[in-house]
Design a protein around this ligand. Structure first.
Ligand code: MN
Length: 198
């Protein structure tokens, strides 16, 4: 049985309003959790981790059949857990090996952020912008549609911005770019660094 994660903060306003946070966490994420629990009850997916379910249901593994409903709900749970747990009121700046790698690949944090925002803005329809790492620690920015994510592609997910309209429409209406630009103010880079180095 999967359960809804608790948020490690009370508010992320004004970057994300309390109303958006409440609906996004309490309604949207809760629905993905409820859906997945129903879908996998009594199946071979039951008892497996989200990462295992995502890989198995993606159809990428030899002998494993693609199960889109399971993939979509498991993916959305993992994506939202990574999303909500990477924020903290006031945010922080990158440090350590991740900061050095960003500098090495993009030249500066500002250049990285501009490239990341552009990937989010340029994603047609619903999906997620990602910072991901390969086994050698090389970083890349990606956009994946729907519930798709780096785990399904054998990569490590580090940072993600949700560009489904439910993530920003109450606060920013159609101004996705403005919303993504504001999100840097609440990114807790200590969490991202931990994901990178573990
Ligand atoms: Mn969402």
């Amino acid at each position: 049985m999967f359960t809804l994660i608790d948020l490690p903060y009370k508010s992320l306003a004004p970057v994300i309003s309390d109303q958006t946070l409440s609906f996004h966490h309490g309604k949207h994420l809760q629905a993905y959790v409820d859906n997945l629990n129903k879908l996998i009850a009594g199946t071979a997916f039951e008892g497996k981790s989200l990462e295992e379910i995502i890989v198995l249901s993606s159809g990428a593994k030899a002998g494993a059949e693609k199960v889109p409903a399971v993939f979509n709900n498991a993916g959305q749970i993992l994506n939202h857990e990574l999303y909500f747990l990477q924020f903290a009121p006031g945010g922080s700046v990158p440090a350590g090996s991740l900061a050095a790698q960003i500098e090495k690949q993009w030249g500066s944090l500002e250049a990285f952020q501009a490239a990341f925002e552009a990937k989010g803005v340029g994603l047609f329809g619903s999906g997620w912008a990602w910072l991901q790492a390969d086994a050698a620690g090389e970083l890349s920015i990606a956009q994946y549609a729907g519930a798709d994510n780096p785990v399904a592609h054998g990569l490590k997910p580090l940072l993600t911005f949700d560009v489904w309209e439910h993530a920003y429409y109450l606060d920013y209406q159609n101004r996705r770019a403005a919303h993504l630009h504001e999100l840097w103010k609440i990114v807790d880079w200590g969490v991202i660094e931990e994901r990178y180095t573990k």
